[in-house]
Ligand binder design. Structure first.
Ligand SMILES: *Cc1c(COP(=O)(O)O)cnc(C)c1O
Length: 370
């Protein structure tokens, strides 16, 4: 008999009675969306929790990315990573911006800052890096380049909820940071997202843009879109905040268990634990080198799948390989050797708070089975 399926992630849900209690309140006040009571409360609480000044909630992370680019009036070309979820580049495409793919670094799988400068042209207006798996980018190097060439930085921080370096959130880096609260992320509001910005003026513009451009009942200041978070999602967000830290610790323990068991295996690499980093332990990627390990990434993926364990190849294929983008000159595999290699090696193993130690041991046994 097969064991029950194990997916790469599974959301932790808040107490059902607490949820319905708040829903009852919503049923009474009937203010279902448009900056309602719970939306306002969540913006306040998230700003405190994350240690940021201004946050605007969104219906999802993709719309937040699209609006963020609009808010800063980004045009022309933007340098970004092919090693991410496809929404990162789609947000550029929807704004009529040409993505320019830059290779990544093997150590942290993030944009390689030393390869950015060569890609800058007179059309370049911004850099769109991603903190992949919640691992911080090299912000100092990226910021120096941006300052030298007068470029904006928008961080796709969809994986970086709660991440701190040297005791400070990384979400204040760059001009804007974008979060996703999709159900598969460590902190979720069913669907949701946010933009973090640094001044009241920018927040105001972002808030207009996510509500059709309305500044007041009779004034539309920009061709905005509808990207607002609704009240049910905001309620979910409020309750998820209470669960976050406990679940983070659970995921940390599960990560240690994986690492203990895989650390001396030739051909399996995982990301280095960086010092002074408060991680969110949202993913556990391993990189499988077939020549040393014996089995390829795809063989391990298939073997797990046959056993009802659904690991994911985040991120394969590279965004630059999708039909919309593959004809771009920056999409050539020869220009992206590290990203191409890593995409062929990576496998994200199941990781979520309710995963059992025994389940991890079973996953490890299967990976190591000869
Ligand atoms: C999830 C994700 C997004 C998109 O967020 P949604 O809320 O699903 O729209 C964007 N970028 C990255 C890196 C993501 O992982």
């Amino acid at each position: 008999m097969k064991n029950k399926p194990i997916y790469v992630t599974q959301p932790t849900l808040p107490n059902f009675e607490k949820f319905t209690e708040k829903l009852k309140e919503l049923w009474e006040n009937k203010h279902l969306t448009n900056n309602g009571k719970f939306h306002q409360e969540l913006e306040q609480k998230l700003a405190d929790f994350l240690g940021v000044k201004y946050i605007s909630l969104f219906a999802n992370g993709t719309l937040a990315l699209m609006v963020g680019l609009q808010a800063l009036r980004i045009t022309g070309e933007v340098i970004t990573t092919p090693y991410s979820f496809v929404a990162t580049t789609h947000a550029l495409h929807w704004n009529g911006i040409k993505p320019v793919f830059c290779d990544i670094k093997e150590e942290d799988t993030n944009l390689d800052p030393d390869k950015i400068e060569a890609l800058i042209t007179p059309q370049t207006t911004a850099i769109l890096p991603v903190h992949v798996y919640g691992n911080p980018c090299n912000n100092n190097k990226i910021r120096k380049i941006a300052d030298t060439y007068g470029l904006k930085i928008i961080y796709d921080a969809a994986h970086a909820f709660g991440v701190e370096q040297n005791g400070k959130t990384i979400l204040n880096w760059g001009d804007l940071s974008i979060l996703s609260f999709h159900a598969t992320k460590t902190y979720n509001t069913f669907e949701g997202g946010a933009i973090i910005c640094k001044d009241a003026q920018t927040k105001k513009r972002i808030d207009f843009l996510k509500n059709f451009g309305f500044a007041d009942e009779e004034t539309v200041v920009a061709p905005g879109i509808n990207a607002k978070m609704n009240e049910v999602s905001a309620i979910m967000g409020l309750l998820q905040l209470d669960l976050y830290e406990e679940n983070r610790i659970k995921r940390q323990m599960l990560t240690k268990l994986y690492e203990e068991n895989l650390k001396n295996i030739s051909g399996i690499r995982f990301l280095k634990e960086l010092k002074k980093l408060k991680k969110n332990y949202s993913y556990f990627p391993v990189f499988i080198d077939k020549n040393k390990f014996g089995k390829s990434r795809n063989e391990v993926y298939d073997l797990l799948k046959q056993n009802n364990i659904f690991a994911r190849k985040y991120f394969y294929p590279l965004i630059s390989q999708f039909s919309t983008y593959k004809e771009l000159s920056s999409a050539k595999k020869a220009n992206l050797p590290v990203a191409t290699k890593i995409a062929d090696q990576v496998l994200c193993l199941p990781l979520y708070a309710e995963l059992k130690n025994e389940e991890i041991k079973r996953i490890i046994d299967l990976i190591l089975w000869k």
